[in-house]
Design a protein around this ligand. Structure first.
Ligand code: G5P
Ligand code: MG
Length: 225
């Protein structure tokens, strides 16, 4: 059986991280990689990559396509996920048409390509409130003071370490991020629709979206890909 090579895309705050972790609890054979989590980890480490990423992220701007493609390729190689068996899901990459082309050129030498793309379609007006209540852990675990609060206020459930606010979770930067997402959505959608791998799941909450997402992924896996 071929491995799942999946992308989850959606506006900032649409629930990519939340739904990925729910999905991986049901299908633990899938590995996941979030481009934003990689960048935030580099920022926390104070690395050169982190220093460069910081200014883009704080403005709500996208980092350059080639830079992001190299970063993701290096991570996939380091994790040894490009073999013929490993199923993986990418959260937040690619997010431009050029990044999609770059990703294809990383996968093709491994006789592989993306075989499922999920677009989370959540109305932008329900998202803003989520962002102001979001707290995150450096591992990428994500909480919301109303929707999924940590067991101990402002502490990570697993490690007990403090949670932090993302530097781009304020209304001004959020608006920039949202506009950028919708500006890039059409070329990406077209690219993957042509490959016949594009699925849109709609809903106002992650609880509504999750069963649809799970059944789409399970059907894809059962199909042998
Ligand atoms: P990221 O890190 O990829 P975004 O902006 O794409 O960031 P974000 O903000 O991480 O996406 P998400 O993962 O879609 O959002 O959403 P989430 O964290 O799961 O949920 C948001 C909040 O809502 C959480 O608090 C959650 O608990 C809550 N929630 C979930 N579901 C519900 C619900 O049903 N109801 C309620 N009430 N709450 C809910 O990228 C960050 C930056 O990194 C750079 C860019 O600068 C980018 O802006 N970057 C890239 N640049 C270029 N190319 C790339 N490929 C890049 N990737 C990252
Ligand atoms: Mg996220």
């Amino acid at each position: 059986m071929n491995p799942l090579r999946m992308i989850i895309m959606g506006a900032p705050g649409s629930g990519k991280g939340t739904l990925t972790s729910k999905l991986l609890k049901k299908l633990p054979q899938i590995h996941s990689l979030s481009s934003g989590d990689i960048l935030r980890r580099e920022m926390a480490n104070g690395s050169e990559i982190g220093k460069m990423a910081k200014s883009y992220i704080e403005r709500g701007d996208l980092l350059p396509d080639k830079f992001m493609a190299n970063l993701i390729q290096a991570e996939l190689e380091q994790q040894k996920w490009l073999d013929a068996k490993t199923s993986f899901l990418l959260d937040g990459f690619p997010r431009t048409g050029n990044q999609a082309i770059e990703l294809e050129s990383v996968l093709v030498p491994h006789n592989s390509d993306i075989n499922m793309v999920i677009e989370l379609d959540v109305p932008p007006e329900v998202i803003l409130n989520r962002i102001s209540n979001r707290w995150v852990h450096i591992s990428g675990r994500v909480y919301n003071l109303e929707y999924n609060p940590p067991k101990v206020p402002f502490k990570d459930d697993i490690t007990g370490e403090p949670l932090f606010k993302r530097p781009d979770d304020n209304p001004e930067t959020f608006k920039v991020r949202l506009d950028k997402y919708f500006a890039e959505l059409e070329p990406l959608r077209e690219y993957y629709e042509k490959k016949g791998v594009y699925v849109k799941v709609s809903g106002e909450t992650s609880d509504i979206i999750f069963p649809k997402l799970l059944s789409a992924v399970e059907a894809k896996v059962k199909s042998g890909l």
